[in-house]
Design a protein around this ligand. Structure first.
Ligand code: FES
Ligand code: MG
Length: 572
């Protein structure tokens, strides 16, 4: 892979002796390319798919990147890669994030690629791309597709996901007519691009830029905005430059840049999913994100943005207020300014030319002292290896709470019984969902925002404490304790909870406890057996056998780096 000598990685294919080099050069000429010595080959992943409207806004940017590569003297090669869309994939796109990362790594291994341009937009496509890039460790620029235009309903702009959950609550409470529900559907589909709130896609786009993988200022440009095309062309030119003078993904993913990224996620009131993805990205670089590192980042970085689901604005407003450079400027006293980006600029240099925080991005010093970080880490007898809560999206009055558990053994059980008028539940109950973890889901689906039981919703109850080993959409809200580890499917304490057990949540002290006598728990443990899985072959069997728990990022164990600085990428 070394290009320090000036020899490109692709030369092993294209300058190979005799018939091998001839065949390889002829293969590229057959698709209209011109492999001349010294011209780097830039792989461009194409994740556009009719099955994934979030990524389908990227077509124009792929062409612009291709032109940028040619203009800088490189050879652009576009290759398809699996397109993971949140909306249509069952049980969850998360089941395939690691597969996407494998695809990227193996495409690099097998083909003459000197640098990568990876296109991503929908939630899992961003971390999957970065994970693959870190493992392959060839210079990589990310191009993101941006947020979709907001729809309008009753004169209000709709936030993707967030406003759907609100409409669903209204419907379940009997306050939204069938006619209005239909009208909502008719305007909900509002074009190509990612969810336009601070969901996982926007959070991960911001995270990718903070880690240094995008052109500065590019990650939040809305879908269809012509600036996206100029940034894509710039990405093309940058990839060629980096092929000659590498800045590699493992120079971008360091303890310092990960700490910066965690602070940014907290300050955005960003998606809880970002924490899992960052743990996985870190794992590919041989770095482990400890609960202490997480808690430190969350404690020092209060929410400075005002974007749905925790605020009022949309992703478009975040971009208009200056985007990531302005956010970094607001947080500059909390961040390590020495971390580089793929353009060769340090974070401090990016901040120097950033616009002043205004509107939906506040100055850090204007934020009152009692505003907490967006997220908090929990642990305790119910989650010995940790759990997470999005404080910014929770109800203040529930952050310290004692209540009896109402337990659902799995998602189907929950859907079957949640609206049962005879369900023994009160507003003080703690709703517990088992079987939603990485092994149990499988793939840790976004089931954690358990709906308020129908009979309580009709009484006007809007929030309750909910606990599970699942994830939730970044567009969701509520007092939701999630990512409980170890998960129930592998015998974590969550698997031992029974109806009526008291669960104690204490967010200020970082605790989530199951108040059951240890002897009773030990007795229950002897009775516990794992549920058999129908998945005995194929990808899902491989996944279940190797997936790590949430604190390790739900990566497959054999894909993680062996340690910091180790390079297990073997050239063919
Ligand atoms: Fe793709 Fe939200 S569903 S970004
Ligand atoms: Mg999502």
């Amino acid at each position: 892979m070394e290009t320090g000598s000036g020899r490109l990685r692709s030369a092993r294919w294209l300058d190979a002796p005799e018939e091998v080099g001839l065949q390889n050069r002829a293969a590229l000429r057959a698709v209209g390319l011109d492999p001349k010595p010294g011209r780097p080959v830039i792989g461009i992943s194409n994740t556009v798919s009719d099955l994934n409207p979030c990524n389908s806004s990227l077509s124009g940017q792929i062409e612009a990147a291709r032109a940028g590569v040619v203009a800088a003297g490189g050879i652009p090669v576009v290759f398809p890669s699996i397109s993971l869309g949140e909306d249509l994939m069952k049980p969850t796109a998360m089941l395939y994030r690691n597969l996407l990362s494998i695809e990227i790594e193996e495409m690099v291994r097998a083909y003459p690629i000197d640098a990568l341009i990876l296109t991503a937009n929908c939630d899992k496509t961003i971390p999957g791309a970065i994970m693959g890039a870190v493992s392959a460790n060839v210079p990589t620029v990310l191009i993101l597709g941006g947020a979709r235009p907001p729809a309008e309903f009753n004169g209000e702009r709709l936030g993707s996901g967030t406003d759907l959950w609100k409409a669903l609550d209204e419907r379940r409470a009997g306050r939204m007519s069938e006619e209005n529900w239909q009208a909502f559907e008719n305007c909900y589909s509002c074009g190509l691009g990612a969810c336009n709130v601070m969901g996982t896609a926007t959070t991960m786009a911001i995270t990718a830029e903070t880690l240094g993988f995008t052109i500065s200022g590019a990650s939040t440009v809305p879908a269809g905005d012509p600036r996206g095309l100029s940034f894509a062309a710039e990405a093309g030119r940058t990839a060629v430059e980096r092929a000659h003078h590498p800045i590699r993904p493992r120079e971008l993913v360091t303890e310092a840049s990960l700490a910066n990224a965690l602070s940014v996620v907290s300050a955005c009131g960003g998606s809880t999913n970002a924490v899992i993805h960052l743990a996985a990205v870190a794992g590919r670089a041989g770095i482990s994100l400890t609960p202490i590192a997480l808690q430190e980042a969350f404690k020092k970085a209060p929410v400075v943005t005002d974007i749905q689901p925790i605020g009022k604005g949309l992703a478009q407003d975040f971009d208009a207020a200056g985007g990531v450079p302005t956010l970094l400027r607001s947080l500059s006293t909390l961040l390590d300014g020495s971390t580089p980006n793929v353009q060769g600029r340090t974070l401090a240099e990016v901040i120097e030319v950033a616009e002043t925080p205004a509107r939906v991005i506040r100055e850090l010093e204007d934020v009152p002292d009692d505003v907490p970080g967006g997220l908090a880490v929990l642990s305790g007898s119910l989650a010995p290896d940790g759990a997470l809560i999005k404080v910014a999206a929770a109800s203040e009055g529930l952050l310290v709470h004692h209540g009896p558990a109402v337990v659902f053994a799995d998602y189907d059980d929950m859907r079957r019984r949640i609206d049962d008028p005879h369900l023994d539940v009160s507003p003080e109950s703690v709703l517990v969902l088992q079987g939603g973890g990485p092994v149990g889901g499988p793939g840790m689906p976004e089931w954690a925002m358990i709906p308020i039981p129908g009979k309580l919703a009709r009484m006007g109850v809007k929030d309750m404490v909910r606990v599970s080993d699942a994830r939730m959409s970044g567009t969701s809200f509520g007092t939701v304790v999630l990512h409980v580890a170890p998960e129930s499917a592998v015998g974590g304490p969550l698997s031992l909870v029974r109806d009526g057990d008291v669960i104690a949540l204490d967010v200020p002290n970082g605790r989530i406890d199951l108040e059951v006598d240890p002897e009773e728990l030990a007795r229950r443990r002897t009775e516990w057996t794992p549920s058999p899985s129908p998945h005995v072959r194929g990808w899902v069997a491989l996944y279940r056998n190797h997936v790590t728990q949430a604190p390790q990022g739900c990566d497959l164990d054999f894909l993680q780096a062996l340690g910091p600085g180790t390079d297990a990428f073997i050239e063919p």
